[in-house]
Design a protein around this ligand. Structure first.
Ligand code: NAP
Length: 273
């Protein structure tokens, strides 16, 4: 078994981004909009700002109160769209219930949509038109490519159908000639699919959801899940047993997570091409 070391690959990607940024004369602007006080968001936002600082990027946080109206958020997005010093904009999810997040994502200029969540970016991806690709799916493909894991003709099973993970990943994989099956909570006989997967990608959000008996010998196992058990972060995969059967496997933490962050900055760099 070989570990798919997302932390190492992400750090190499960020190092090369840092070199490119040093050569670039103008400051690169990254605007983060965060509405409310969601605890997990506070960690994600802080991490992104810290990375901006390390990379020499002008990261700006627009932290709005929980009771901010949808109109105020939309107005801020319009302002940032028109600001030449802002290259990329992200709206941290989740937002308070009274705000329609899809409406907000769709107002972010497709030229600054570095999370790839707007309808234009999603539509372009499904049509095979170059555009921003959401970061977790993009990071997974990068990681597989880094380790020269072939995708063409392979039987790939994704357990997730969300807009941020499963759907974009499906599009990226079929564009690379994989045969893709997308499973979800209503899938009957899930094991039938997982046992036949050359590459199994789990993004369910349940600890130890993927057990050894669900995995084919020598399969590549990608664990996207982020769960907490007794204060410790773990994925969806029962790592101790599944790692004995898999040919390649991602750890959690230090697998897909760091790749997701690296892809935000890779997308940001695409705004200056
Ligand atoms: P989500 O929208 O809740 O998606 C979970 C998916 O799992 C859904 O498609 C759901 O099916 C499916 N599912 C739930 N229970 C199942 C079961 N018993 N059998 C089969 N499928 C089942 O969550 P998400 O935002 O996509 O995130 C999923 C996980 O990935 C979370 O743990 C999240 O923290 C993690 N994540 C990690 C990263 C990273 O960078 N590492 C990035 C994003 C997300 P239905 O559609 O039928 O409900």
């Amino acid at each position: 078994m070989q570990l798919l070391d997302g932390a190492k690959v992400a750090s190499e990607i960020l190092d090369s981004i840092k070199i490119k940024i040093k050569k670039y004369e103008k400051k690169i602007g990254f605007a983060i909009i965060w509405v409310g006080d969601n605890e997990a968001s506070s960690i994600y936002v802080k991490n992104k700002l810290k990375k901006c600082e390390e990379l020499g990027i002008d990261g700006k946080l627009y932290h709005l109160e929980e009771n901010t109206t949808e109109e105020e958020v939309l107005n801020l997005i319009k302002k940032l769209n028109n600001d030449d010093n802002v290259n990329g904009i992200i709206l941290q999810s989740p937002v308070p219930k009274h705000i329609d997040i899809k409406k907000c994502f769709n107002l972010i200029s497709p030229l600054k949509d570095i999370d790839g969540f707007s309808s234009v970016s999603v539509g372009n991806l499904s049509l095979g038109v170059p555009s921003f690709v959401s970061c977790t799916p993009k990071g997974i493909i990068k990681l597989l490519d880094y380790y020269h894991i072939p995708l063409k003709g392979k039987n790939v099973v994704i357990i997730n159908r969300s807009n941020i993970v499963g759907k974009p990943l499906f599009n990226l994989l079929i564009a690379r000639d994989a045969t893709v099956t997308m499973c979800h909570s209503k899938t009957e006989n899930l094991e039938y699919f997982t046992k036949n997967a050359d590459i199994l990608i789990s993004a369910v959000g349940i600890p130890k959801f993927i057990t050894e008996d669900m995995v084919k010998d020598e399969a590549v196992v990608i664990d996207v899940g982020i769960n907490r058990v007794d204060g410790k972060v773990c994925g969806d995969v029962d790592f101790a047993s599944v790692s004995k059967k898999a040919s390649y496997i991602t750890p959690v933490p230090k697998g897909v997570g760091p790749m997701t962050i690296a892809m935000i900055f890779e997308n940001l760099m695409e705004t200056i091409k």
